[in-house]
Design a protein around this ligand. Structure first.
Ligand SMILES: Cc1ncc(COP(=O)(O)O)c(C=O)c1O
Length: 406
Protein backbone atom coordinates (compact mmCIF):
# COMPACT_ATOMS: atom_id res chain seq x y z
CA UNK A 1 0.00 0.00 0.00
CA UNK A 2 1.15 3.52 -0.76
CA UNK A 3 -0.87 5.25 2.01
CA UNK A 4 -3.60 4.97 4.61
CA UNK A 5 -5.81 7.43 6.47
CA UNK A 6 -5.67 8.56 10.10
CA UNK A 7 -8.35 10.64 11.83
CA UNK A 8 -6.76 13.96 12.74
CA UNK A 9 -8.91 14.16 15.89
CA UNK A 10 -9.20 10.69 17.44
CA UNK A 11 -6.23 8.99 15.73
CA UNK A 12 -8.27 6.05 14.37
CA UNK A 13 -6.46 4.33 11.52
CA UNK A 14 -8.21 3.38 8.27
CA UNK A 15 -6.25 0.85 6.24
CA UNK A 16 -7.73 1.68 2.85
CA UNK A 17 -6.77 3.53 -0.29
CA UNK A 18 -10.43 3.87 -1.29
CA UNK A 19 -12.65 6.94 -1.17
CA UNK A 20 -13.01 8.36 2.35
CA UNK A 21 -13.98 11.80 3.55
CA UNK A 22 -14.20 12.03 7.34
CA UNK A 23 -13.82 9.75 10.33
CA UNK A 24 -17.35 8.32 10.68
CA UNK A 25 -17.20 8.47 14.49
CA UNK A 26 -15.84 11.99 14.91
CA UNK A 27 -18.06 13.40 12.15
CA UNK A 28 -21.08 12.53 14.34
CA UNK A 29 -20.03 15.42 16.60
CA UNK A 30 -20.39 18.00 13.83
CA UNK A 31 -23.15 20.49 14.60
CA UNK A 32 -22.38 23.36 12.21
CA UNK A 33 -21.59 25.62 15.13
CA UNK A 34 -18.01 24.66 15.94
CA UNK A 35 -15.18 23.74 13.56
CA UNK A 36 -15.76 20.31 12.03
CA UNK A 37 -14.25 17.20 13.60
CA UNK A 38 -13.02 14.12 11.81
CA UNK A 39 -10.91 15.40 8.91
CA UNK A 40 -8.64 12.64 7.70
CA UNK A 41 -4.92 12.85 7.31
CA UNK A 42 -3.11 10.80 4.69
CA UNK A 43 -0.08 8.91 6.02
CA UNK A 44 2.37 7.81 3.36
CA UNK A 45 3.91 4.41 3.63
CA UNK A 46 7.52 4.29 4.88
CA UNK A 47 8.60 2.81 1.51
CA UNK A 48 7.34 5.98 -0.25
CA UNK A 49 9.23 8.24 2.16
CA UNK A 50 12.37 6.12 1.82
CA UNK A 51 12.24 6.33 -1.97
CA UNK A 52 11.96 10.14 -1.73
CA UNK A 53 14.84 10.30 0.74
CA UNK A 54 17.11 8.50 -1.71
CA UNK A 55 16.40 10.70 -4.72
CA UNK A 56 18.70 13.52 -5.77
CA UNK A 57 15.68 15.73 -6.47
CA UNK A 58 12.08 15.24 -5.46
CA UNK A 59 8.86 16.32 -7.20
CA UNK A 60 5.30 16.44 -5.85
CA UNK A 61 4.64 13.08 -7.55
CA UNK A 62 7.05 11.45 -5.09
CA UNK A 63 4.70 12.46 -2.27
CA UNK A 64 1.21 12.25 -3.82
CA UNK A 65 -1.06 9.43 -2.62
CA UNK A 66 -2.19 9.19 -6.25
CA UNK A 67 0.82 10.08 -8.42
CA UNK A 68 0.19 11.13 -12.02
CA UNK A 69 1.41 8.97 -14.85
CA UNK A 70 1.97 11.99 -17.05
CA UNK A 71 2.34 15.32 -15.19
CA UNK A 72 2.20 17.21 -18.48
CA UNK A 73 -1.54 16.47 -18.80
CA UNK A 74 -2.15 19.38 -16.42
CA UNK A 75 1.19 20.73 -15.25
CA UNK A 76 1.54 21.80 -11.63
CA UNK A 77 4.83 23.42 -12.55
CA UNK A 78 7.42 25.14 -10.38
CA UNK A 79 5.83 28.54 -9.83
CA UNK A 80 8.12 31.61 -9.76
CA UNK A 81 9.86 32.61 -6.55
CA UNK A 82 10.29 36.33 -6.88
CA UNK A 83 12.61 38.66 -4.97
CA UNK A 84 10.55 41.84 -4.55
CA UNK A 85 13.61 44.05 -4.17
CA UNK A 86 11.95 47.41 -3.58
CA UNK A 87 9.59 46.05 -0.93
CA UNK A 88 12.33 44.01 0.73
CA UNK A 89 14.48 47.15 1.04
CA UNK A 90 11.65 49.26 2.42
CA UNK A 91 10.76 46.61 5.01
CA UNK A 92 14.40 45.85 5.82
CA UNK A 93 13.98 42.14 5.12
CA UNK A 94 17.05 40.80 3.32
CA UNK A 95 15.53 37.50 2.23
CA UNK A 96 11.95 38.25 1.33
CA UNK A 97 10.35 36.20 -1.45
CA UNK A 98 6.97 36.04 -3.14
CA UNK A 99 5.76 32.63 -4.27
CA UNK A 100 3.62 33.37 -7.32
CA UNK A 101 1.03 30.62 -7.35
CA UNK A 102 -1.25 33.02 -9.16
CA UNK A 103 0.68 31.86 -12.25
CA UNK A 104 -0.78 28.35 -12.22
CA UNK A 105 -2.96 27.53 -15.24
CA UNK A 106 -6.34 28.68 -13.86
CA UNK A 107 -4.81 31.67 -12.06
CA UNK A 108 -4.79 30.38 -8.51
CA UNK A 109 -3.19 28.03 -6.02
CA UNK A 110 -6.32 25.83 -6.24
CA UNK A 111 -4.97 24.00 -9.29
CA UNK A 112 -2.80 22.04 -6.84
CA UNK A 113 -5.72 20.44 -4.98
CA UNK A 114 -7.86 20.02 -8.08
CA UNK A 115 -5.13 18.12 -9.92
CA UNK A 116 -4.68 15.56 -7.12
CA UNK A 117 -8.45 15.08 -6.80
CA UNK A 118 -8.60 14.49 -10.58
CA UNK A 119 -5.89 11.85 -10.19
CA UNK A 120 -7.93 10.30 -7.37
CA UNK A 121 -10.99 10.19 -9.65
CA UNK A 122 -8.98 8.56 -12.44
CA UNK A 123 -7.50 5.98 -10.05
CA UNK A 124 -10.93 5.12 -8.63
CA UNK A 125 -12.64 5.02 -12.03
CA UNK A 126 -14.95 7.99 -11.33
CA UNK A 127 -15.78 10.57 -13.97
CA UNK A 128 -17.83 13.08 -11.96
CA UNK A 129 -16.57 15.56 -9.34
CA UNK A 130 -18.79 17.93 -7.36
CA UNK A 131 -17.63 20.80 -5.16
CA UNK A 132 -18.46 24.10 -3.52
CA UNK A 133 -16.25 27.09 -4.04
CA UNK A 134 -15.96 30.83 -3.48
CA UNK A 135 -14.69 30.90 -7.06
CA UNK A 136 -11.06 29.84 -7.41
CA UNK A 137 -11.37 26.18 -6.44
CA UNK A 138 -14.30 25.89 -8.82
CA UNK A 139 -12.40 27.51 -11.68
CA UNK A 140 -9.37 25.30 -10.98
CA UNK A 141 -11.40 22.09 -10.82
CA UNK A 142 -13.26 23.07 -13.98
CA UNK A 143 -9.99 23.71 -15.81
CA UNK A 144 -8.47 20.40 -14.71
CA UNK A 145 -11.76 18.67 -15.59
CA UNK A 146 -11.65 20.16 -19.09
CA UNK A 147 -8.07 18.98 -19.58
CA UNK A 148 -8.60 15.50 -18.16
CA UNK A 149 -12.11 14.76 -19.40
CA UNK A 150 -14.04 14.90 -16.10
CA UNK A 151 -17.56 16.14 -15.45
CA UNK A 152 -17.51 19.01 -12.91
CA UNK A 153 -20.55 20.14 -10.89
CA UNK A 154 -19.91 23.38 -9.10
CA UNK A 155 -21.97 25.01 -6.33
CA UNK A 156 -21.07 28.69 -5.76
CA UNK A 157 -22.57 31.54 -3.77
CA UNK A 158 -24.29 33.76 -6.35
CA UNK A 159 -22.23 36.71 -5.04
CA UNK A 160 -18.90 35.20 -6.18
CA UNK A 161 -16.90 37.53 -8.49
CA UNK A 162 -18.33 37.28 -11.98
CA UNK A 163 -15.00 36.53 -13.69
CA UNK A 164 -14.45 33.49 -11.50
CA UNK A 165 -17.96 32.18 -12.28
CA UNK A 166 -17.56 32.95 -15.97
CA UNK A 167 -14.24 31.14 -16.00
CA UNK A 168 -15.88 27.92 -14.78
CA UNK A 169 -18.71 28.27 -17.30
CA UNK A 170 -16.12 28.72 -20.07
CA UNK A 171 -14.30 25.56 -19.02
CA UNK A 172 -17.58 23.69 -19.45
CA UNK A 173 -18.47 22.98 -15.81
CA UNK A 174 -22.10 22.66 -14.69
CA UNK A 175 -22.31 25.76 -12.53
CA UNK A 176 -25.03 26.00 -9.85
CA UNK A 177 -25.18 29.48 -8.26
CA UNK A 178 -26.69 29.25 -4.78
CA UNK A 179 -28.85 31.89 -3.06
CA UNK A 180 -26.79 31.68 0.08
CA UNK A 181 -23.26 31.77 1.46
CA UNK A 182 -20.23 29.67 0.62
CA UNK A 183 -21.01 27.56 3.68
CA UNK A 184 -24.51 26.88 2.25
CA UNK A 185 -22.98 25.89 -1.10
CA UNK A 186 -20.59 23.58 0.78
CA UNK A 187 -23.48 21.71 2.42
CA UNK A 188 -25.43 21.46 -0.86
CA UNK A 189 -22.51 19.98 -2.76
CA UNK A 190 -22.16 17.26 -0.12
CA UNK A 191 -25.86 16.60 -0.48
CA UNK A 192 -25.32 16.33 -4.25
CA UNK A 193 -22.67 13.59 -4.03
CA UNK A 194 -24.71 11.79 -1.38
CA UNK A 195 -27.73 11.73 -3.69
CA UNK A 196 -26.08 11.45 -7.09
CA UNK A 197 -22.63 9.92 -6.59
CA UNK A 198 -19.25 10.99 -7.93
CA UNK A 199 -16.35 12.35 -5.90
CA UNK A 200 -16.73 15.37 -3.65
CA UNK A 201 -13.77 17.77 -3.84
CA UNK A 202 -14.81 20.09 -1.04
CA UNK A 203 -11.78 21.63 0.53
CA UNK A 204 -10.39 19.58 3.46
CA UNK A 205 -13.53 17.41 3.44
CA UNK A 206 -11.77 15.40 0.75
CA UNK A 207 -8.31 14.69 2.25
CA UNK A 208 -6.77 14.71 -1.25
CA UNK A 209 -7.21 18.49 -1.37
CA UNK A 210 -4.61 18.81 1.39
CA UNK A 211 -2.41 16.27 -0.39
CA UNK A 212 -2.55 18.33 -3.59
CA UNK A 213 -1.88 21.58 -1.80
CA UNK A 214 1.18 20.22 -0.08
CA UNK A 215 2.95 20.24 -3.47
CA UNK A 216 3.83 23.89 -2.90
CA UNK A 217 6.14 22.90 -0.04
CA UNK A 218 7.91 20.24 -2.12
CA UNK A 219 8.29 22.80 -4.89
CA UNK A 220 9.67 25.45 -2.50
CA UNK A 221 12.06 22.97 -0.93
CA UNK A 222 13.73 22.20 -4.27
CA UNK A 223 13.54 25.79 -5.47
CA UNK A 224 15.36 27.06 -2.39
CA UNK A 225 18.23 24.61 -2.83
CA UNK A 226 16.76 21.73 -0.82
CA UNK A 227 15.86 23.66 2.29
CA UNK A 228 12.77 25.18 3.86
CA UNK A 229 12.28 28.92 4.48
CA UNK A 230 12.13 30.23 8.05
CA UNK A 231 8.58 31.57 7.78
CA UNK A 232 5.66 31.52 5.35
CA UNK A 233 2.78 34.01 5.31
CA UNK A 234 -0.34 32.21 4.07
CA UNK A 235 -3.79 33.71 3.42
CA UNK A 236 -6.34 31.70 5.39
CA UNK A 237 -10.07 31.07 5.00
CA UNK A 238 -10.97 27.40 5.42
CA UNK A 239 -7.40 26.66 6.48
CA UNK A 240 -6.83 24.04 3.82
CA UNK A 241 -3.97 25.82 2.04
CA UNK A 242 -2.08 26.36 5.28
CA UNK A 243 -2.86 22.76 6.28
CA UNK A 244 -1.44 21.62 2.94
CA UNK A 245 1.69 23.73 3.35
CA UNK A 246 2.19 22.17 6.79
CA UNK A 247 1.58 18.65 5.46
CA UNK A 248 4.16 19.10 2.68
CA UNK A 249 6.84 20.13 5.14
CA UNK A 250 5.77 17.36 7.55
CA UNK A 251 6.24 14.80 4.78
CA UNK A 252 9.64 16.27 3.90
CA UNK A 253 10.59 16.03 7.57
CA UNK A 254 9.37 12.43 7.81
CA UNK A 255 11.47 11.65 4.73
CA UNK A 256 14.46 13.08 6.60
CA UNK A 257 14.94 15.89 4.07
CA UNK A 258 14.41 18.87 6.43
CA UNK A 259 14.74 19.28 10.17
CA UNK A 260 11.96 21.70 10.94
CA UNK A 261 8.64 22.94 9.56
CA UNK A 262 8.82 26.71 8.84
CA UNK A 263 6.86 29.08 11.06
CA UNK A 264 3.40 29.18 9.55
CA UNK A 265 1.78 32.60 9.77
CA UNK A 266 -2.01 32.49 9.32
CA UNK A 267 -3.16 35.70 7.66
CA UNK A 268 -6.84 36.56 8.02
CA UNK A 269 -9.19 39.47 7.61
CA UNK A 270 -10.44 41.00 10.85
CA UNK A 271 -13.89 40.29 9.36
CA UNK A 272 -13.17 36.60 8.85
CA UNK A 273 -10.83 35.50 11.61
CA UNK A 274 -12.26 32.23 12.91
CA UNK A 275 -8.91 30.42 12.71
CA UNK A 276 -7.06 33.33 14.32
CA UNK A 277 -9.59 33.07 17.17
CA UNK A 278 -8.76 29.37 17.51
CA UNK A 279 -4.99 29.94 17.46
CA UNK A 280 -5.02 32.84 19.89
CA UNK A 281 -7.97 32.11 22.17
CA UNK A 282 -8.68 28.42 21.77
CA UNK A 283 -12.07 29.48 20.39
CA UNK A 284 -13.38 27.07 17.74
CA UNK A 285 -16.80 28.59 17.16
CA UNK A 286 -18.26 29.62 13.78
CA UNK A 287 -18.42 33.34 13.05
CA UNK A 288 -20.30 35.55 10.58
CA UNK A 289 -17.67 36.43 8.02
CA UNK A 290 -18.09 39.46 5.78
CA UNK A 291 -14.73 40.43 4.26
CA UNK A 292 -14.35 41.89 0.75
CA UNK A 293 -11.53 39.37 0.29
CA UNK A 294 -14.11 36.85 -0.91
CA UNK A 295 -11.78 33.84 -1.13
CA UNK A 296 -11.05 33.98 2.59
CA UNK A 297 -14.57 34.81 3.75
CA UNK A 298 -15.54 31.73 5.76
CA UNK A 299 -17.95 31.25 8.67
CA UNK A 300 -17.05 27.69 9.59
CA UNK A 301 -13.52 26.80 8.46
CA UNK A 302 -13.56 23.31 6.94
CA UNK A 303 -9.97 22.65 8.03
CA UNK A 304 -10.03 24.87 11.10
CA UNK A 305 -8.83 22.34 13.63
CA UNK A 306 -5.92 21.00 11.61
CA UNK A 307 -4.92 24.50 10.51
CA UNK A 308 -4.83 25.89 14.05
CA UNK A 309 -2.89 22.87 15.31
CA UNK A 310 -0.37 23.13 12.46
CA UNK A 311 0.29 26.82 13.08
CA UNK A 312 0.79 26.24 16.81
CA UNK A 313 3.04 23.20 16.22
CA UNK A 314 5.24 25.26 13.89
CA UNK A 315 5.56 27.97 16.57
CA UNK A 316 3.87 30.31 14.17
CA UNK A 317 1.09 32.79 14.83
CA UNK A 318 -1.94 34.57 13.37
CA UNK A 319 -2.15 38.10 11.96
CA UNK A 320 -5.42 39.95 11.36
CA UNK A 321 -5.68 42.71 8.78
CA UNK A 322 -8.56 45.04 8.03
CA UNK A 323 -10.21 45.12 4.61
CA UNK A 324 -8.78 48.62 4.16
CA UNK A 325 -5.27 47.29 4.78
CA UNK A 326 -5.88 44.42 2.35
CA UNK A 327 -7.10 46.68 -0.46
CA UNK A 328 -4.26 49.18 0.14
CA UNK A 329 -1.78 46.30 -0.01
CA UNK A 330 -3.09 45.27 -3.40
CA UNK A 331 -2.02 48.67 -4.71
CA UNK A 332 1.35 48.53 -2.94
CA UNK A 333 1.98 45.14 -4.49
CA UNK A 334 1.16 46.32 -8.00
CA UNK A 335 3.12 49.56 -7.69
CA UNK A 336 6.21 48.28 -5.89
CA UNK A 337 6.53 44.76 -7.25
CA UNK A 338 4.49 44.49 -10.44
CA UNK A 339 2.33 41.71 -8.99
CA UNK A 340 -1.42 42.04 -9.38
CA UNK A 341 -2.93 39.89 -6.63
CA UNK A 342 -6.56 39.33 -5.71
CA UNK A 343 -7.66 40.63 -2.29
CA UNK A 344 -7.32 37.26 -0.51
CA UNK A 345 -3.75 36.87 -1.74
CA UNK A 346 -2.91 40.46 -0.89
CA UNK A 347 -4.05 39.71 2.67
CA UNK A 348 -0.87 37.67 3.16
CA UNK A 349 1.27 40.61 2.09
CA UNK A 350 -0.80 43.05 4.19
CA UNK A 351 -0.18 40.78 7.17
CA UNK A 352 3.57 40.79 6.54
CA UNK A 353 3.61 44.62 6.46
CA UNK A 354 1.70 44.77 9.71
CA UNK A 355 3.70 42.02 11.39
CA UNK A 356 7.15 43.11 10.18
CA UNK A 357 8.55 44.28 13.54
CA UNK A 358 7.21 41.26 15.38
CA UNK A 359 8.65 38.92 12.74
CA UNK A 360 12.08 40.55 13.01
CA UNK A 361 11.94 40.32 16.81
CA UNK A 362 11.43 36.55 16.52
CA UNK A 363 13.57 35.59 13.49
CA UNK A 364 15.80 38.60 12.71
CA UNK A 365 16.16 40.68 9.55
CA UNK A 366 17.98 37.96 7.63
CA UNK A 367 15.27 35.32 8.01
CA UNK A 368 14.09 33.74 4.77
CA UNK A 369 10.46 34.75 4.48
CA UNK A 370 8.00 33.62 1.81
CA UNK A 371 4.68 35.32 1.13
CA UNK A 372 2.34 32.94 -0.65
CA UNK A 373 0.48 34.91 -3.32
CA UNK A 374 -2.34 32.54 -4.09
CA UNK A 375 -4.49 34.21 -6.72
CA UNK A 376 -4.33 36.73 -9.56
CA UNK A 377 -6.06 40.09 -9.36
CA UNK A 378 -7.09 39.91 -13.01
CA UNK A 379 -10.14 37.88 -11.96
CA UNK A 380 -11.47 40.64 -9.74
CA UNK A 381 -10.60 44.11 -11.06
CA UNK A 382 -13.68 45.49 -9.30
CA UNK A 383 -11.70 45.31 -6.06
CA UNK A 384 -9.89 48.45 -7.29
CA UNK A 385 -13.10 50.49 -7.70
CA UNK A 386 -12.71 53.76 -5.84
CA UNK A 387 -8.93 53.28 -5.51
CA UNK A 388 -7.85 54.10 -9.05
CA UNK A 389 -9.56 55.41 -12.15
CA UNK A 390 -8.65 55.58 -15.80
CA UNK A 391 -7.28 58.99 -16.83
CA UNK A 392 -9.24 61.30 -19.16
CA UNK A 393 -8.32 61.11 -22.87
CA UNK A 394 -6.25 63.96 -24.27
CA UNK A 395 -6.84 65.75 -27.57
CA UNK A 396 -4.94 64.29 -30.51
CA UNK A 397 -2.43 67.20 -30.65
CA UNK A 398 1.17 68.12 -29.81
CA UNK A 399 -0.28 70.95 -27.71
CA UNK A 400 -1.96 68.41 -25.43
CA UNK A 401 1.30 66.49 -25.04
CA UNK A 402 3.14 69.71 -24.10
CA UNK A 403 0.51 70.42 -21.48
CA UNK A 404 1.02 67.09 -19.70
CA UNK A 405 2.32 67.74 -16.15
CA UNK A 406 4.80 64.78 -16.38
C1 LIG B 1 -6.67 33.05 -3.75
C2 LIG B 1 -6.96 32.33 -2.47
N1 LIG B 1 -6.19 32.59 -1.40
C3 LIG B 1 -6.43 31.99 -0.21
C4 LIG B 1 -7.47 31.12 -0.05
C5 LIG B 1 -7.70 30.51 1.31
O1 LIG B 1 -7.48 29.14 1.34
P1 LIG B 1 -8.15 28.24 2.46
O2 LIG B 1 -9.63 28.47 2.34
O3 LIG B 1 -7.74 26.88 2.17
O4 LIG B 1 -7.64 28.75 3.76
C6 LIG B 1 -8.30 30.81 -1.13
C7 LIG B 1 -9.42 29.88 -1.00
O5 LIG B 1 -10.38 29.93 -1.74
C8 LIG B 1 -8.03 31.44 -2.38
O6 LIG B 1 -8.79 31.21 -3.46
Amino acid sequence: MRFHYVCSDCGRVFETEGLMYQCPECAKRNDGKTFPYGNLRVELDESVLKAAREKEHVTPDDFYPYPGEDPSLYPIFTTPLMKPERIAKRLGLANLMFKLDSQLISGSFKDRASYEVALQAKALGETKIALASTGNAGAAMSAVGAAMGLDIILFVPETAPINKLMQSVLYGAKVVPVKGTYDDAFALSIEYTRLKGGINRNTAYNPMTIEGKKSVSIDLFEQMGRKAPDAIYVPVGDGCIIGGVAKGFDDLMKAGLIERVPRLIACQSTKSAAIANAIENDDFRAIEASTRADSISVDLPANGRMAARSVIASEGWAVRVSDEEILDSQLTLTRESGVLAEPAAAAAYAALEKDRDHLVSVLGEDASVVVLLTGTGFKDMKAFDGKVRLPESIENSAEAVRALPF
